[in-house]
Design a protein around this ligand. Structure first.
Ligand code: IVH
Length: 668
């Protein structure tokens, strides 16, 4: 194999790997810029050596976001991407090419923000939204109308006048920074994996099967492209202004320009000003305004010649390390944190950046007081990306990972096969105890309002709450002694504690902070055992018969209940009246009426939510699936079931039942 062919193969393999990480795992490991550079190198080599072309090369496709659980539909006009540029010179070169292709004509250019979210196509008929489709593979996309309808800024019925009877409008669904930060704070609290950036959070949200949850997460949408047979104007700008008058959100950054000098000025302005915007942007887009000129310029296979994207450089700051500290989490995991001389980055002052684990500290080779590069690409959590060794102080020693817990002094242990060090002093180490109290009161656990991180720490510090069971002995007067509490906030906590006695057993199991027992596993365990007394008496073998429980979780449960403090906690919860068993009659309700049956759920329901139906199916021994196949036994259909699903079910002879029929089947 020639060196060129070898390089081509290598690039294809690498690019395919990154595509999978990006589209399937939603966790990219390189920057968009680096990815584009790999793709460009491959495109270049393939163009020079057509003999090595391969129809399956990643250059022959646009990435796909298609997923199970949604109906798919072809796009009326394919959804293409934009060619990227990374410098003002490249944009100028594009503008020059455009002018040369349209000799003697006046060319107007429209500048806009490049929003960093998920592309969407909205179809309107007679002024009403009929369909919302994701980009998918560019040719066909997922129908996500129910989810998109929850976005308040998207008009369901148009205002004003003059819209065509049939048209399509494209834009970007985005998750504003405020929603993103709220969502991640909530996830951090629940120890769920965080979203790396608003784009991933947005894509994940748009593919949820529960529109209620989508609605809660606070998405927004900006529109930037009108398509159809009889548009009101012959140019992009006026069409978008018309769309604005029909009720669409069109960015006020949109600007008409005539000279390259204006384009340069626009770039210089927004490179800074974008930091003030409420949503993430990763660049600017320049478009030829006249639709007739757009038509003349046409498209390449992947992108229009009449538009180009300019990507902002990743923002990077350079600052000095003050010291490395070590945080202790609820499960005792030690996280190294770089404490920095405050530095301005993407509009916020950065003082701390996570160093994740010992391996990362060692790979970076950080020394005391080093000068560090901090980056915040699309990501919200800044990360240390490099060290300037030339600026190192003479005699500085390398940063060493601690050997003992910074909070309680216990010798750390390294988890086998993992990069993490852990403090084993579970029941004596203050941040671990406070972390568990905080978890216990969380919204998805006991939902005790009015106690956040600081309050939990303060209650612990003054000795009022040493274990989560102490919460049930709190008096309003005790709380009034703590700074920041007034009669009203104290009462809110007391009421929250009282109300938590009605929280179902399933959530109590999750609230206990049994290592490795997450929300879903806790539910399965609670239903399988029925009560805390059963749970405390089951053997490892028996525990392992529960779905999702393997040897590691079984061992963790047994160890948990071996610890006297945990047994004491349970007894005090019992005395307080906390739910320590599933409700009466639950065992009979659950059964195997649907054993061996596979269901696909589609549409919107009125008696229960989609998630509740899923749960009912599982509780009765059935299985849920995202797509209809020969193996499907029933389609449970609500209102607005997708036409493609209905057609498929009919074709395969799968019975389609409504919610009443389903509830009869399980005897509810
Ligand atoms: S125009 C045929 N305008 O960027 C050109 N796209 O990299 C249609 N995007 O798929 C796209 N902001 O999802 C256009 N102001 C903007 C945009 C924008 C963000 C996204 C869009 C597109 C991708 C291309």
């Amino acid at each position: 194999m020639s060196p060129v062919q070898q390089r081509i193969e290598e690039l294809r393999r690498e690019i395919n790997g990154h595509n999978h990480k990006y589209y399937v795992e939603n966790s990219p490991s390189i920057s968009d810029y680096d990815f584009d550079m790999l793709l460009k190198e491959l495109e270049h080599l393939e163009a020079e050596h057509p003999e090595f072309d391969d129809p399956l090369s990643p250059t022959h496709r646009v990435g796909s976001d298609l997923s199970k659980g949604f109906d798919q539909t072809p796009h009326i006009y394919p959804m293409l991407s934009l060619s990227n540029t990374y410098s003002i010179d490249d944009v100028d070169a594009w503008a020059t090419r455009v002018r040369e292709a349209l000799p003697g004509q006046d060319v107007e250019i429209v500048g806009e923000m490049k929003f960093d979210g998920s592309g969407i196509s909205l179809i309107y008929e007679h002024g009403r939204l009929v369909r919302a489709v994701t980009r998918g593979d560019g040719e066909k996309g997922d129908v996500v109308t129910d989810n998109v309808k929850t976005i308040r800024s998207i008009p369901l019925q148009l205002q004003g006048s003059g819209w065509p009877d049939h048209f399509e409008i494209r834009g970007e669904i985005v998750m504003p920074w405020a929603s993103f930060e709220r969502l991640n704070a909530e996830r951090a609290f629940n120890e769920e994996p965080l979203f790396a950036n608003p784009r991933n959070a947005c894509a994940g949200t748009l593919k949820l099967l529960d529109p209620k949850e989508v609605s809660r997460r606070g998405l927004d949408a900006y529109l930037y492209y009108l398509l159809g047979e009889d548009l009101p104007f012959d140019n992009h700008y006026d069409n978008m202004e018309a769309a604005r008058s029909w009720g669409f959100k069109v960015s006020s950054a949109m600007k008409r320009m005539h000279t390259i000098a204006e384009v340069d000025e626009y770039i210089a302005h927004w490179d800074k000003a974008r930091r003030e915007l409420p949503v993430a942007t990763d660049g600017l887009v320049f478009k030829v305004n006249s639709l007739r000129q757009q038509l003349n310029l046409g498209f390449t296979a992947k992108s229009p010649r009449w538009a180009v994207a300019y990507k902002f450089p990743a923002e990077r700051a350079f600052t000095r390390l003050r010291f490395v500290s070590f945080d202790v989490g609820r499960m005792g995991i030690i996280t190294p944190v770089a404490n920095l001389e405050p530095v301005l980055l993407s509009g916020t002052i950065v003082k701390r950046a996570s160093l994740h684990n010992e391996d990362i500290v060692n790979t970076l080779g950080i020394h005391e007081h080093d000068m560090l590069y901090v980056e915040k690409g699309g990501e919200i959590i800044p990360k240390i990306t490099g060290v300037d060794t030339s600026a190192r102080e003479p005699g500085a020693s390398p940063v060493r990972f601690v050997s003992h817990c910074p909070a309680c002094g216990t010798a750390l242990v390294r988890v086998e096969g993992e990069a993490a060090w852990v403090c084993p002093n579970k029941y004596g180490c203050p941040p671990q105890i406070v972390g568990r109290i905080e978890h216990f009161v969380g919204r998805r656990m006991m939902n005790i309002d009015g106690i956040g991180e600081e309050t939990a720490a303060a209650l612990y510090a003054v000795g009022l709450v040493r274990q989560y069971s102490d919460l049930y002995d709190l008096k309003a007067d005790d709380l009034l002694r703590i700074e920041g509490f007034g009669p009203r906030s104290a009462e809110r906590v007391i009421d929250g504690v009282e109300a938590s006695k009605q929280v179902p057993f399933e959530r109590v199991v999750y609230a206990l902070s049994i290592p490795f027992v997450g929300e879903t596993t806790a539910k399965k365990i609670a239903r399988a055992v029925g009560s805390i007394d059963e749970l405390m008496s089951w053997s490892a073998e028996r525990l392992e018969s529960i779905e999702d429980v393997g040897p590691r979780i079984a061992r963790s449960i047994i160890e948990y209940f071996e610890a006297p403090v945990n047994r004491e906690n349970i007894e005090r919860l019992r005395a307080a009246g906390v739910q320590l068993a599933m409700p009466e009659g639950y065992a009979e309700a659950a059964g195997d009426k649907l054993a061996g049956k596979t269901f696909v759920i589609s549409g919107v329901f009125s008696r229960h939510s989609r998630d509740e139906y899923k749960e009912l199916i599982e509780r009765n021994g059935g299985k849920n699936s995202g797509s209809i196949s020969k193996k499907t036994d029933y389609v449970l259909a609500g209102e607005n079931m997708g036409p493609a699903k209905l057609e498929k079910a009919t074709k395969l002879g799968v019975p389609v039942i409504d919610e009443d029929t389903f509830l009869q089947m399980i005897g509810e």
